[in-house]
Ligand binder design. Structure first.
Ligand SMILES: [Fe+2]
Ligand SMILES: [Fe+2]
Length: 279
C-alpha cells in the first residue's frame, strides 16, 4: 500500500503539508500531545490561529463569536475536531488554485454545502462521527481540485458541458486516475484519519466499502442533495443516481429528511463566509 501511495504521490506531484502540519503529525505519532501542546503548535502560526478562530466562531458551531483563544477552542470542540480542522483548512489552503476560468467560489460552496449537509444527515450518530462527516464532506471532491491544480486547461477540456456527468471510468481513462482515488491518495499522504480518506474514496460508491460505510453513505446522499438544490458546483452538473444502500445506511425517514433539509439549507446559507476561510 505504501508503495502505491508513494508512487502516486511521485507521479502526480501531490502537494505536501505545510511545516506546521508536518511538525504536528510527527509529534502526534511519536508522543502524547495534549490540548495545551496543540494550542502552542497552532499559536506559532498567526494566520492559522486566525483561521481556526474564524471557523470555531462561525454559525456552524453556534458559539457566536465567543471563543477568543485556541486553547478555549480546543476545550469547546475537543482535540480531534480541532486537529481535523487544522488538516482540512491547511489542505484547502495548499490546494487553492488561482485561475479565472473556473469559478472556485462555486466549488467551495459545493464542498462546504456537502460538509454541512453530511453533518445534518448524521444527526443520529455521535458527535465525533458528525464532525468526521463535516470534514469528509468538505473534502469529498478534493481529487477534482487536484486535477484543476495540475492542469487547468486539461481539466476544462475534459469537463466540457456535454461531459459534465459523474463518470469515474472516463476520468480514469483521461487522467489515469479518478477523482476518488486521487483524493484518497492525497488524504493518505497527509495522514488524515482513515474515516475521512475512506469517505473521500467511496463517496460515489459507498456500497463498495465495509469500513466507514455510514460516513461514505452520508457524503454520497449529501452530494446528491447539494446537486439537486444547486448548491455550488463541482463541475458535474448531473444529479447522481440515488443509492438505496446509502439511504438505508442513514436510517432516516422522509419526515426526518424534510426537517434535516430545512436545517441544513439554513445553515449553508448562514455559513457562506466559510468559503473564504482558506484565504
Ligand atoms: Fe465526487
Ligand atoms: Fe460533489
Amino acid at each position: 500500500m505504501k508503495t502505491v501511495k508513494s508512487f502516486l504521490a511521485k507521479q502526480l506531484n501531490l502537494p505536501s503539508p505545510p511545516a506546521i502540519i508536518q511538525n504536528l503529525q510527527s509529534r502526534i505519532v511519536e508522543e502524547n500531545v495534549n490540548n495545551k501542546d496543540l494550542a502552542e503548535i497552532i499559536e506559532v502560526d498567526p494566520s492559522f490561529t486566525a483561521r481556526i478562530l474564524r471557523l470555531v466562531n462561525s454559525p456552524f458551531y453556534g458559539f457566536k463569536g465567543k471563543i477568543a483563544s485556541v486553547e478555549e477552542a480546543i476545550t469547546m470542540l475537543g482535540f480531534n475536531t480541532v486537529h481535523q480542522l487544522m488538516l482540512t483548512t491547511s489542505m484547502l489552503n495548499v490546494i487553492e488554485v488561482q485561475n479565472k476560468t473556473i469559478d472556485l467560489n462555486k466549488f467551495w460552496l459545493h464542498s462546504f454545502g456537502v460538509g454541512i449537509m453530511t453533518k445534518h444527515l448524521l444527526c443520529k450518530a455521535n458527535k465525533d462521527i458528525r464532525n468526521e462527516g463535516f470534514m469528509g464532506g468538505i473534502l469529498h471532491d478534493i481529487g477534482r481540485m487536484i486535477f484543476i491544480k495540475m492542469d487547468t486547461n486539461r481539466f476544462i477540456s475534459f469537463y466540457t458541458k456535454e461531459n459534465r456527468v459523474i463518470d469515474l471510468k472516463s476520468e480514469l481513462e483521461y487522467f489515469n486516475i479518478d477523482h476518488q482515488e486521487l483524493g484518497k491518495a492525497l488524504a493518505q499522504q497527509w495522514n488524515f484519519p482513515d474515516s475521512i480518506s475512506t469517505a473521500i474514496a467511496y463517496h460515489h460508491l459507498p456500497e463498495n466499502t465495509k469500513d466507514y460505510r455510514l460516513l461514505a453513505s452520508a457524503v454520497n446522499i449529501a452530494d446528491m442533495l447539494c446537486h439537486a438544490f444547486n448548491i455550488g458546483d463541482s463541475y458535474s452538473c448531473f444529479v447522481t443516481d440515488f443509492s438505496s444502500t446509502a439511504w438505508k445506511e442513514l436510517n432516516i425517514n422522509m419526515d426526518e429528511l424534510e426537517i434535516i433539509l430545512k436545517q441544513a439549507l439554513i445553515e449553508i446559507d448562514k455559513s457562506k463566509h466559510l468559503m473564504s476561510m482558506s484565504n
